[in-house]
Structure formats: C-alpha cells, structure tokens
Design a protein. Structure first.
Length: 318
C-alpha cells in the first residue's frame, strides 16, 4: 500500500509491515511454534529485530500455553526467550491489575529470564525483559555522574545491557520507564535520564527520541497552555534535529518503526511543523500505534486529526 494513501483502516498490529512476523503471529494464535522458532533463530545477529519480534510474539502467546509447551517439547534459546517474554508480560499485567498472583508470577518471570540468559549469554533481550520488572520495586542504586537530579534506579542491570549492546532501543525505553511518574518516579527525573541517554546516542539513532517520550509522559492537560509546550524552542529544535538526522535512516529498516515515527510525528505536529510532520506520517503509511496519541484522547481520532492538519487523507475519507 502506498504510504499516505488508504484503501481501508489503520493497521494497529505491532508487526506492522514485517510480513514474516505477522504470518507467524497467526500461527502462534493457532497454537503452533515452529514458525516462531525459525523467525527468532534468524535474528541471533540482529539484536534490535530479535527484541522486537520476541516482544510481539509474546503478546500473541501470553494468553495460551504455547510458550510452556514449546519449552517442554523443544527447549532451546528461542523457546527460553519467548517463555521469558511471556512470563514477564503476565507478571506485569498481574501487578498492574493488583492481582494476588502478581508476586508468584514475578518469581516465575525472574526464573524464566535467568534461564534465557544462560541459554544465550550474549543476547541482551532476556536482560531487557528482566529490566521491565524493575518498575515494580524501588531500586536505590546511585546514578552515574552527569545527571542533574542523580535519580537512583536499576543502573547496574542497565549497565550490563549496555555492555551487551550499547544502543539497545528497548533496553533504553524500559530503563527510562522506571523513572516515569506513574511508576513512582518524577517528570524531572525522567527528563534528566532521557536527556542523559539520548546525548550518548549517535544523531542518527532513534534513541534521540527519548526526551520526546518523557515529554509525553509528563503531559498534564490541567496545566495552563499544556499543548503549547512542544512549540518551545528546545522541543521544536529537538524534533527537527531528529527529523533531519534520523528519518532518512528509516528507509533502511527491515520493518517500519511505527512507534518511534509516531512520537516524532506527534512532536512535529504539536510544534506547528506541518511540512516535516507530513513526511513522517507518510513514512508511517497505514501503520499506527496507540502511543503517543492515546495520551491526548482517542488514538484513532488524534492520529486522524494530525493527518488532516498536514493535508493527508484519513481512512474511510472520500
């Protein structure tokens, strides 16, 4: 489908245009894991793709016994990884729902992550899965020098992930999430960590988006002129720099990085940079993510509003 044109509706599935992943998701829902094994095995040398695919597959497998059956019938690094992903997802869901099973599920998840790290010692993905669990607890490890607020957190675990992959996208996002206000952090701490981490990354890296992610997390519609924050010079400049340096890299990706593009498109629309926002929305094509749009209202309505502001068509429009 041509980017920017729509014959139907937005595509919300996280597989986006990774057709192999989308196909295997269907198999996983049907209770088959052979395709998942092949799909993950081919990513052993592509850590970013491995993280993405394993997370999407886990979201499909979490409500079934597929991960447990696979691990019992054909144990290996791929089966162990999916089991770790599924176990962490279940533990987080239970904790967020204040389910009495949350603690036992967390212990299961920690054991699953430990097993996966043994099966694939050089793969950061199981460590990233474990990092996702840290938001359930207060961790007081001191921050390194260079942060204004010096927020304590799971710095040792994050440092280990960086040793395996210095610019692991999901690892950075999981770590930043620990400092969000909704996870007992604060807006100032999240901004500080986001700025610190993004400045370490190359200008062509999607990690430069981290401050924009923190900005969305701090959004409070009750504050005066809350929607005008993105028009401030520092945020407009940040969005435009990412547009200039990172967006050209997207054409070389193996799948469309929908979530990152959505954060950039949103920031540019809010900053009144319609020309640049249009290019980002075109790069997204029909693929959509609920964040960051859901923070501001119904995600489909917000995305359609952004497209209209840039002179682009929306699904179903004549």
């Amino acid at each position: 489908m041509a980017a920017g044109l729509f014959a139907g509706q937005y595509v919300w599935h996280p597989a986006a245009d990774d057709r192999e992943l989308a196909s295997v998701c269907v198999e996983v829902r049907a209770g088959r894991y052979l395709g998942a094994h092949e799909l993950l095995a081919e990513t052993r040398d592509d850590l970013g793709l491995r993280a993405h695919r394993s997370l999407v597959l886990a979201s499909e497998a979490a409500d079934s016994d597929l991960a447990e059956r696979w691990l019992a019938e054909e144990p290996g690094p791929e089966a162990s990884l999916l089991w770790a992903r599924v176990a962490v997802l279940r533990a987080l869901r239970a904790a967020d729902a204040r389910d009495e099973r949350a603690r036992p599920l967390e212990r299961i998840a920690l054991n699953a992550c430990a097993r996966a790290t043994v099966m694939a010692p050089r793969d950061p993905t199981p460590w990233v899965a474990r990092l996702a669990l840290t938001r359930l607890h207060e961790i007081r490890e001191p921050a390194p020098q260079g942060l204004l607020t010096a927020p304590p957190g799971p710095w040792q675990l994050f440092s280990h992930i960086l040793r395996l992959d210095p610019f692991h996208r999901e690892g950075h996002h999981r770590f930043l999430a620990y400092f969000f206000s909704r996870h007992r952090g604060s807006a100032n701490a999240a901004w500080d960590v986001a700025a610190f981490l993004s400045q370490r990354a190359p200008v062509t890296s999607p990690l430069r988006l981290l401050p924009l992610v923190a900005l969305v997390e701090s959004y409070n519609p009750a504050q005066s002129l809350a929607d005008r924050v993105w028009e401030q010079p520092q945020w407009r400049s940040a969005a435009l720099a990412i547009y200039q340096n990172w967006l050209p890299e997207v054409s070389g990706y193996r799948f469309t990085p929908v979530l990152d593009l959505a954060y950039l498109a949103h920031a540019l629309v809010m900053a009144q940079c319609a020309f640049e926002a249009r290019a980002v929305l075109v790069a997204m094509g029909p693929y959509a993510s609920r964040m960051p749009w859901s923070v501001f209202g119904d995600p489909e309505e917000q995305l359609s509003r952004a497209r209209r502001a840039c002179g682009l068509p929306v699904p179903g429009a004549a």
